[in-house]
Design a protein around this ligand. Structure first.
Ligand code: AHR
Length: 499
């Protein structure tokens, strides 16, 4: 195959990479909270009932920010049900997933977990069945010093110091008809503005995420919803949310791997609405993008909990091609570092997740690895990349190069991320930084599954898809040469010559 060259120049910068694009999402759904992160009866439980095996694995992914408690769950959730002595908390019929919710895990447990994991918490308020005032009260509970009723309630529950939670989502997927309390854009905008004002009146430091379109193709309100909401919310909208779940229902691997074009497009379209509203309002304030739900999800549609506690719901099994698509999402966020400031993979354990538990056992799925490969390589400034090489025309997303790439420069370090989408050919890859010689290789790893797009880890064979060191990288004359095996994702770090 003809070589592919990835060109960049240190002066052609996109923006510093916001570490919050490497976030996750924990919802009360299926076995995500109970049996996933919280399971006092598990052999691995710590003194707070959190699963240490799950926590250790999640630490390797090094997520930065964690969204909670939903998702659809948030639109029927009353946060007061989940605080105070556990024995006094109500067990409720949960309508988003038709499950039973005992409320044993709530705000205080979530914050404790965040502290152990070094996650920045991000809370979604209930703008479905809840009121703006309930949202305002939650901010007081979390962020205010003692002396007023909800802050004192937190004190009474054993937490003297405020949690100082900065990131708050103004509801979830309110444009979706499945959402509890779904309303048209104009009505959502009013609700969100009322909540936003009261929440910010309680704590001026908080940052708010408005609900954007939850799908690019399901509703004809795409973009129009966002325009209306942003126009009405004005400066209250620090961020607008994007959601995206993708899949390969037609079993067409090359087409599936080309979905990155469409992810890039979704980001650029949403940014365009933000810039349009900013210009129309002649405002200095720019609303940034918060991609607060994204992943591969198309195989398992079990969403009815049938009135059970922690039923197994949407336990998607992930394979190699899914992991390459997950890497493609991360590459796309880096390429759009100027507009995407926060992103949360949905979700973290058991429910459409990189990790699966079975009793006391834990399985690492294929989509776990792109995060671990970005961890340790994500600080710095995203550089513009130009990919010159072979490619193909996909069925749904237009032409793509075989290689999907992103680059981050951190002083003398250069991090390069490259996916080979070819199903049958290794790509000879060159990396050229036009204005600075690359001096040496620091380390490089590659995610493979023996070239089989459907290779998936199981409890019986947990190592079919995984990462290993990438061999045979030559650095000569200030440039890099290597080979990317078919269907693989590489993460490489180089040292640049002193300037
Ligand atoms: O992540 C699962 C669900 O997907 C979320 O609850 C919802 O927001 C989305 O539809």
């Amino acid at each position: 195959m003809r070589p592919t060259t990835v060109y960049a120049h240190t002066r052609f910068q996109i923006a510093p990479v916001d570490p919050r694009i490497f976030g996750g999402f924990l919802e009360h759904i299926g076995r995500a909270v109970y049996e996933g992160v919280y399971d006092p009866d598990c052999g691995h439980a710590d003194e707070d009932g959190f699963r240490t095996d799950v926590m250790e694995a999640m630490k390797r992914q090094s997520m930065t920010v964690m969204r909670y408690p939903g998702g659809n769950f948030a639109s029927g959730y009353h946060w007061m049900d989940g605080v105070g002595p556990q024995t006094l908390r109500p067990t409720v019929r949960e309508l988003a997933w038709q499950s039973v919710e005992p409320n044993a895990f709530g705000t205080d447990e979530f914050i404790r977990l965040c502290r152990k994991m070094d996650w920045q918490p991000m809370l979604t308020v209930n703008l479905g069945t809840g009121s703006p005032e309930e949202a305002r009260n939650w901010v007081e509970y979390c962020n205010c010093p003692a002396g007023t009723s909800f802050a004192d309630m937190r004190m009474g529950n054993g937490e003297e110091m405020p949690y100082d939670i900065v990131l708050w989502c103004l509801g979830n997927e309110m444009d979706g008809h499945w959402q509890l309390g779904h309303v048209p854009a104009d009505q959502y905008a009013i609700r969100a503005q009322q909540a936003a004002k009261m929440m910010k009146d309680v704590d001026r430091r908080i940052e708010l995420v408005a609900c954007g379109s939850c799908s690019v193709d399901m509703f004809d309100t795409y973009m129009e919803w966002d325009r209306q909401v942003l126009d009405y919310l004005g400066d209250y909208a620090d961020y607008i949310s994007l959601h995206r779940y993708v899949g390969n229902p037609e079993d067409d691997t090359p087409d599936y791997l080309a979905v990155t074009n469409s992810i890039d497009q979704q980001i650029e379209e949403m940014d365009a609405v933000c810039r349009f509203i900013q210009a129309k309002r002649r405002s200095p304030k720019r609303t940034y993008l918060c991609f607060d739900e994204w992943n591969v999800w198309y195989k398992n549609h079990e969403t009815d909990g049938e009135g059970k506690f922690a039923p197994p719901l949407v336990e998607e099994v992930y394979n190699l091609e899914d992991a390459l698509v997950v890497a493609g999402f991360l590459n796309s966020f880096v390429r759009h570092a100027d507009s995407v400031r926060i992103a949360n993979i949905a979700q973290i354990v058991n429910v459409i997740a990189p990790l699966m538990t079975r009793g006391d056992e834990l399985l690492v799925q294929s989509i776990f690895y792109p995060f671990t490969m970005y961890a340790g390589r994500r600080e710095g400034t995203a550089l513009r990349t130009f990919v010159d090489g072979t490619g193909y025309k996909s069925e749904s997303y237009g032409r793509v190069n075989h290689v999907d790439a992103a680059m981050i420069q951190d002083d003398r370090k250069l991090h390069v991320f490259a996916t080979n989408r070819s199903t049958d050919a290794a790509v000879p890859l060159r990396i050229v930084l036009e204005d600075r010689p690359i001096e040496s290789l620091v380390c490089a790893e590659i995610l493979t599954g023996g070239g089989d797009p459907k290779a998936a880890n199981t409890f019986e064979r947990p190592d079919l898809v995984g990462k290993k060191p990438l061999q045979e990288i030559k650095v000569a004359g200030g440039r890099v040469q290597c080979f990317l095996p078919p269907l693989s994702f590489a993460a490489m770090t180089f040292e640049l010559e002193k300037w």
